[in-house]
Design a protein around this ligand. Structure first.
Ligand SMILES: [Zn+2]
Length: 268
Protein backbone atom coordinates (compact mmCIF):
# COMPACT_ATOMS: atom_id res chain seq x y z
CA UNK A 1 0.00 0.00 0.00
CA UNK A 2 1.07 3.55 -0.72
CA UNK A 3 2.70 4.81 2.48
CA UNK A 4 0.89 8.17 2.37
CA UNK A 5 -2.41 6.32 2.11
CA UNK A 6 -1.46 3.95 4.93
CA UNK A 7 -0.43 6.87 7.16
CA UNK A 8 -3.57 8.86 6.37
CA UNK A 9 -5.76 5.90 7.31
CA UNK A 10 -3.89 5.66 10.61
CA UNK A 11 -4.06 9.42 11.07
CA UNK A 12 -7.82 9.44 10.63
CA UNK A 13 -8.20 6.68 13.21
CA UNK A 14 -6.07 8.69 15.64
CA UNK A 15 -7.99 11.89 14.91
CA UNK A 16 -11.31 10.17 15.47
CA UNK A 17 -10.16 8.67 18.75
CA UNK A 18 -8.76 12.04 19.85
CA UNK A 19 -12.15 13.64 19.14
CA UNK A 20 -13.96 10.90 21.06
CA UNK A 21 -11.66 11.17 24.07
CA UNK A 22 -11.88 14.97 24.08
CA UNK A 23 -15.68 14.76 24.06
CA UNK A 24 -15.57 12.26 26.90
CA UNK A 25 -13.25 14.42 28.99
CA UNK A 26 -15.47 17.44 28.38
CA UNK A 27 -18.60 15.50 29.36
CA UNK A 28 -17.25 14.14 32.67
CA UNK A 29 -17.55 17.32 34.78
CA UNK A 30 -21.15 17.67 33.58
CA UNK A 31 -21.85 14.13 34.70
CA UNK A 32 -20.33 14.79 38.09
CA UNK A 33 -22.40 17.98 38.39
CA UNK A 34 -25.56 16.01 37.59
CA UNK A 35 -24.69 13.44 40.27
CA UNK A 36 -24.04 16.19 42.81
CA UNK A 37 -27.34 17.81 41.94
CA UNK A 38 -29.06 14.57 42.87
CA UNK A 39 -27.25 14.63 46.19
CA UNK A 40 -28.39 18.21 46.77
CA UNK A 41 -31.98 17.03 46.28
CA UNK A 42 -31.45 14.38 48.95
CA UNK A 43 -29.99 16.96 51.33
CA UNK A 44 -32.98 19.19 50.71
CA UNK A 45 -35.32 16.28 51.52
CA UNK A 46 -33.52 15.76 54.86
CA UNK A 47 -33.75 19.47 55.69
CA UNK A 48 -37.42 19.49 54.77
CA UNK A 49 -38.14 16.53 57.05
CA UNK A 50 -36.19 18.14 59.90
CA UNK A 51 -38.05 21.42 59.61
CA UNK A 52 -41.41 19.59 59.58
CA UNK A 53 -40.45 17.94 62.89
CA UNK A 54 -39.30 21.26 64.31
CA UNK A 55 -42.53 23.03 63.42
CA UNK A 56 -44.48 20.10 64.83
CA UNK A 57 -42.65 20.57 68.16
CA UNK A 58 -43.18 24.33 68.11
CA UNK A 59 -46.88 23.76 67.43
CA UNK A 60 -47.22 21.35 70.33
CA UNK A 61 -45.43 23.70 72.74
CA UNK A 62 -47.74 26.52 71.72
CA UNK A 63 -50.80 24.32 72.31
CA UNK A 64 -49.46 23.18 75.68
CA UNK A 65 -49.00 26.76 76.78
CA UNK A 66 -52.51 27.57 75.50
CA UNK A 67 -53.81 24.75 77.71
CA UNK A 68 -51.91 26.07 80.73
CA UNK A 69 -53.24 29.53 80.13
CA UNK A 70 -56.83 28.23 79.86
CA UNK A 71 -56.40 26.15 83.04
CA UNK A 72 -55.21 29.25 84.91
CA UNK A 73 -58.23 31.14 83.62
CA UNK A 74 -60.52 28.36 84.88
CA UNK A 75 -58.92 28.54 88.34
CA UNK A 76 -59.35 32.32 88.35
CA UNK A 77 -63.03 32.08 87.26
CA UNK A 78 -63.79 29.49 89.93
CA UNK A 79 -62.17 31.70 92.58
CA UNK A 80 -64.23 34.64 91.35
CA UNK A 81 -67.41 32.53 91.33
CA UNK A 82 -67.28 32.13 95.13
CA UNK A 83 -67.55 35.87 95.61
CA UNK A 84 -70.16 36.87 92.99
CA UNK A 85 -73.32 38.54 94.14
CA UNK A 86 -75.80 37.59 91.45
CA UNK A 87 -76.82 34.46 89.56
CA UNK A 88 -76.20 36.27 86.30
CA UNK A 89 -72.62 37.01 87.24
CA UNK A 90 -72.22 33.40 88.29
CA UNK A 91 -73.64 32.08 85.00
CA UNK A 92 -71.39 34.41 83.05
CA UNK A 93 -68.35 33.03 84.87
CA UNK A 94 -69.47 29.45 84.35
CA UNK A 95 -69.89 30.26 80.67
CA UNK A 96 -66.25 31.45 80.58
CA UNK A 97 -65.18 28.26 82.32
CA UNK A 98 -67.01 26.15 79.73
CA UNK A 99 -65.42 28.13 76.94
CA UNK A 100 -61.93 27.62 78.42
CA UNK A 101 -62.62 23.88 78.84
CA UNK A 102 -63.59 23.64 75.18
CA UNK A 103 -60.36 25.43 74.29
CA UNK A 104 -58.40 22.88 76.33
CA UNK A 105 -60.19 19.97 74.72
CA UNK A 106 -59.60 21.40 71.23
CA UNK A 107 -55.91 21.94 71.96
CA UNK A 108 -55.57 18.39 73.29
CA UNK A 109 -57.10 17.03 70.05
CA UNK A 110 -54.63 19.03 68.03
CA UNK A 111 -51.72 17.81 70.14
CA UNK A 112 -52.79 14.25 69.47
CA UNK A 113 -52.97 14.94 65.73
CA UNK A 114 -49.48 16.42 65.84
CA UNK A 115 -48.16 13.40 67.74
CA UNK A 116 -49.54 11.12 65.03
CA UNK A 117 -48.08 13.35 62.32
CA UNK A 118 -44.74 13.33 64.15
CA UNK A 119 -44.44 9.57 63.75
CA UNK A 120 -44.78 9.93 59.97
CA UNK A 121 -42.40 12.88 59.94
CA UNK A 122 -39.75 11.01 61.89
CA UNK A 123 -40.12 8.07 59.53
CA UNK A 124 -39.73 10.39 56.54
CA UNK A 125 -36.58 11.86 58.09
CA UNK A 126 -35.09 8.44 58.60
CA UNK A 127 -35.85 7.46 55.01
CA UNK A 128 -34.38 10.70 53.68
CA UNK A 129 -31.23 10.28 55.78
CA UNK A 130 -30.76 6.67 54.64
CA UNK A 131 -31.24 7.73 51.05
CA UNK A 132 -28.74 10.57 51.42
CA UNK A 133 -26.17 8.28 53.01
CA UNK A 134 -26.46 5.75 50.19
CA UNK A 135 -26.36 8.53 47.59
CA UNK A 136 -23.27 10.07 49.18
CA UNK A 137 -21.41 6.77 48.92
CA UNK A 138 -22.58 6.39 45.32
CA UNK A 139 -21.54 9.95 44.45
CA UNK A 140 -18.08 9.46 45.91
CA UNK A 141 -17.70 6.24 43.96
CA UNK A 142 -18.83 7.89 40.74
CA UNK A 143 -16.60 10.88 41.30
CA UNK A 144 -13.59 8.64 41.89
CA UNK A 145 -14.53 6.71 38.76
CA UNK A 146 -14.83 9.92 36.77
CA UNK A 147 -11.46 11.18 37.98
CA UNK A 148 -9.77 7.86 37.12
CA UNK A 149 -11.42 7.84 33.72
CA UNK A 150 -10.33 11.39 33.00
CA UNK A 151 -6.75 10.60 33.96
CA UNK A 152 -6.77 7.54 31.68
CA UNK A 153 -8.32 9.53 28.85
CA UNK A 154 -5.74 12.27 29.22
CA UNK A 155 -2.90 9.77 29.14
CA UNK A 156 -4.33 8.15 25.99
CA UNK A 157 -4.87 11.57 24.48
CA UNK A 158 -1.22 12.50 25.03
CA UNK A 159 -0.10 9.24 23.41
CA UNK A 160 -2.40 9.76 20.46
CA UNK A 161 -1.22 13.35 20.10
CA UNK A 162 2.32 12.08 19.76
CA UNK A 163 1.27 9.40 17.28
CA UNK A 164 -0.64 12.02 15.32
CA UNK A 165 2.42 14.26 15.10
CA UNK A 166 4.52 11.38 13.81
CA UNK A 167 1.93 10.36 11.22
CA UNK A 168 1.47 13.91 9.98
CA UNK A 169 5.18 14.42 9.55
CA UNK A 170 5.32 11.25 7.47
CA UNK A 171 2.61 12.34 5.00
CA UNK A 172 3.33 14.53 1.95
CA UNK A 173 2.20 18.15 2.13
CA UNK A 174 -0.43 18.12 -0.59
CA UNK A 175 -2.06 14.88 0.63
CA UNK A 176 -2.04 16.24 4.15
CA UNK A 177 -3.63 19.56 3.25
CA UNK A 178 -6.31 17.74 1.27
CA UNK A 179 -6.93 15.49 4.27
CA UNK A 180 -7.18 18.49 6.62
CA UNK A 181 -9.58 20.33 4.33
CA UNK A 182 -11.98 17.37 3.99
CA UNK A 183 -11.68 16.58 7.73
CA UNK A 184 -12.69 20.14 8.60
CA UNK A 185 -15.68 20.05 6.31
CA UNK A 186 -16.90 16.49 6.78
CA UNK A 187 -15.54 15.29 10.15
CA UNK A 188 -14.05 12.29 8.33
CA UNK A 189 -11.53 12.32 5.51
CA UNK A 190 -11.07 8.67 4.58
CA UNK A 191 -13.60 6.29 3.10
CA UNK A 192 -13.55 2.74 1.91
CA UNK A 193 -14.38 2.02 -1.71
CA UNK A 194 -16.42 -1.13 -2.09
CA UNK A 195 -18.34 -2.54 -5.04
CA UNK A 196 -17.18 0.45 -7.15
CA UNK A 197 -18.80 2.85 -4.68
CA UNK A 198 -17.59 5.36 -2.11
CA UNK A 199 -18.92 3.93 1.15
CA UNK A 200 -19.29 7.40 2.70
CA UNK A 201 -21.43 9.13 0.07
CA UNK A 202 -22.36 6.04 -2.03
CA UNK A 203 -21.58 7.69 -5.31
CA UNK A 204 -20.60 5.31 -8.12
CA UNK A 205 -16.94 5.50 -9.12
CA UNK A 206 -15.69 5.54 -12.69
CA UNK A 207 -14.30 2.17 -13.81
CA UNK A 208 -10.77 3.53 -14.26
CA UNK A 209 -10.84 5.26 -10.85
CA UNK A 210 -12.12 2.04 -9.28
CA UNK A 211 -9.29 0.05 -10.90
CA UNK A 212 -6.74 2.56 -9.59
CA UNK A 213 -8.20 2.55 -6.08
CA UNK A 214 -8.05 -1.24 -5.94
CA UNK A 215 -4.26 -1.09 -6.20
CA UNK A 216 -4.08 1.08 -3.03
CA UNK A 217 -1.04 2.67 -4.60
CA UNK A 218 -2.43 6.17 -5.20
CA UNK A 219 -4.06 8.95 -3.23
CA UNK A 220 -7.42 9.16 -4.95
CA UNK A 221 -10.31 11.17 -3.60
CA UNK A 222 -14.02 10.69 -4.18
CA UNK A 223 -15.20 13.05 -6.90
CA UNK A 224 -18.39 13.66 -4.93
CA UNK A 225 -17.44 13.99 -1.24
CA UNK A 226 -13.68 14.50 -1.51
CA UNK A 227 -12.78 11.75 0.93
CA UNK A 228 -9.59 9.82 0.21
CA UNK A 229 -10.51 6.31 -0.88
CA UNK A 230 -8.89 3.00 -0.10
CA UNK A 231 -9.73 -0.56 -0.96
CA UNK A 232 -10.02 -3.49 1.44
CA UNK A 233 -10.05 -6.82 -0.44
CA UNK A 234 -11.45 -8.56 2.67
CA UNK A 235 -14.71 -6.66 2.20
CA UNK A 236 -15.16 -7.52 -1.47
CA UNK A 237 -18.26 -9.71 -1.88
CA UNK A 238 -17.38 -13.27 -2.95
CA UNK A 239 -17.76 -13.94 -6.69
CA UNK A 240 -21.26 -15.02 -7.60
CA UNK A 241 -21.63 -18.83 -7.89
CA UNK A 242 -22.27 -20.10 -11.44
CA UNK A 243 -25.95 -19.92 -12.29
CA UNK A 244 -27.88 -23.11 -11.66
CA UNK A 245 -29.42 -24.77 -14.65
CA UNK A 246 -33.18 -24.46 -14.92
CA UNK A 247 -35.24 -27.60 -14.24
CA UNK A 248 -36.03 -28.03 -17.91
CA UNK A 249 -32.35 -27.77 -18.83
CA UNK A 250 -31.43 -30.25 -16.11
CA UNK A 251 -34.04 -32.75 -17.34
CA UNK A 252 -32.81 -32.32 -20.89
CA UNK A 253 -29.24 -32.93 -19.83
CA UNK A 254 -30.28 -36.04 -17.91
CA UNK A 255 -32.24 -37.55 -20.78
CA UNK A 256 -29.25 -37.00 -23.02
CA UNK A 257 -26.89 -38.85 -20.74
CA UNK A 258 -29.23 -41.73 -19.79
CA UNK A 259 -29.08 -43.66 -23.04
CA UNK A 260 -25.32 -43.51 -22.95
CA UNK A 261 -25.32 -45.00 -19.49
CA UNK A 262 -27.69 -47.71 -20.51
CA UNK A 263 -25.74 -48.33 -23.61
CA UNK A 264 -22.55 -48.92 -21.71
CA UNK A 265 -23.20 -52.53 -20.56
CA UNK A 266 -24.26 -53.42 -24.12
CA UNK A 267 -20.78 -52.68 -25.35
CA UNK A 268 -19.32 -55.70 -23.59
ZN1 LIG B 1 -17.70 9.95 -1.52
Amino acid sequence: MNSNLQNLIELEKADREIARLSDEIAALPKRVAAIEEKLADDKAAVEHAKSAIKSNETGRRKLESDIQFAQQKIIKYREQSSSVKTNEEYRALMHEVEFAEREISGAEDKILELMIALEAEEKALKTAETQMKAETIEVEKEKTGARTRTAEDEKLLAELGEKRRQLRSAVGDSALSHYDRVMRQRKSAIAEARGQKCMACFVMLRPQTWQDIRTNEHIISCSSCGRILYYDPANEPPPEPPKKKSKAQAAQAESETEPAAEAAPAQH
